[in-house]
Design a protein around this ligand. Structure first.
Ligand code: TYC
Length: 281
């Protein structure tokens, strides 16, 4: 049994070094690409001519954040790519840090990765921090955008947000269900320290006028944009999706009455349908 496990690990490792089919799931390819001086890990599935990039949340990865999307989005219509931002998931090393431009750095990495993979125009699906990165990428490179969906995201940091961040800084107070996948991915120590560094990192934005992360860039987003909001999201107050709607020229809002922060996982079928309908419109 142990031998079998080792064998399987070796094959999985090999599969992740070069972009070929993953042994444990024939439909998903995985690999690494050298992008802006780092090796970025990505997964890719589907053969449709509409390319979509999935952008995970803070400390997130394709594996932890987008299982139901990698599995459930229509593979005939879409080519779905999920990437692990530098310092997150399997895009390590480097260890993650949070300089003042960390969202911009992720945005540049995401754009460059898609270019490297050969996608000239594509859509972005960004969750939470990944949504912030998506907004910045869409503003920086309007010509490469088809459409964008963001949910659980904010373009600025208010005092109320700071209070929420500080209330979740101590990961020992997180529920087992939220903490375990992160500890499995990172080990307890890296997770605890990196999460705390993230809280400091996102708190830096309060020094900007209006606490802006990317408010001033939003008018440059020209692609059709769907903002999804879970009305029961305890992490992101509803003034955030409202601000996105006010500042993005071509945006509309879809609210999910029962949705919390992880609405795309909890209500995956509804979410996937909503997103596909929007992308195909
Ligand atoms: N932005 C975080 C993410 O990307 C989620 C989060 C939102 C965490 C608000 C804390 O107060 C918070 N997953």
């Amino acid at each position: 049994m142990l031998l079998l496990k080792w064998g399987l690990r070796a094959v999985q490792k090999a599969a992740h070094r070069s972009p070929r089919h993953c042994c444990y799931c024939t439909a998903v390819m995985a690999g690494k690409k050298s992008v802006n001086g780092v090796e970025l890990y990505y997964q890719q599935t589907g053969e449709g001519d509409h390319a979509v990039l999935l952008m995970p949340g803070a400390l997130g990865s394709g594996e932890t954040d987008f299982g139901p999307q990698l599995k459930g989005l229509d593979k005939k219509r879409f080519t779905v790519v999920a990437f692990d931002p530098r310092g997150y998931g399997k895009s390590r090393p480097p260890a993650r840090d949070f300089p003042p431009d960390f969202f911009h750095r992720d945005a540049r990495d995401a754009l460059k990765l898609m270019q490297t993979l050969g996608f000239g125009r594509f859509s972005l699906l960004g969750w939470s921090d990944g949504g912030i990165t998506a907004l910045i990428a869409a503003a920086l490179s309007p010509a490469s955008m088809r459409k964008m969906v963001v949910w659980g995201s904010n373009a600025y940091v208010s005092q109320e947000d700071l209070d929420i961040y500080n209330s979740v800084r101590d990961v020992s107070r997180w529920s087992e269900r939220m903490r375990r996948p992160m500890e499995e991915m990172y080990g307890a120590e890296y997770f605890k320290n990196t999460w705390s560094a993230w809280v400091d990192g996102i708190s830096q934005f309060t020094q900007n006028p209006q606490g802006s992360i990317c408010l001033e860039l939003l008018p440059q987003v020209s692609c059709p944009t769907l903002v999804v909001h879970g009305q029961k999201d305890p992490m992101v107050p509803s003034f955030h999706p409202q601000a996105l709607l006010r500042h993005i020229p071509n945006a509309r809002l879809h609210e999910m009455a029962e949705g919390k922060h992880n609405l795309h996982l909890r209500f995956a079928d509804d979410f996937n349908r909503l997103v596909q309908d929007f992308l195909l419109e």
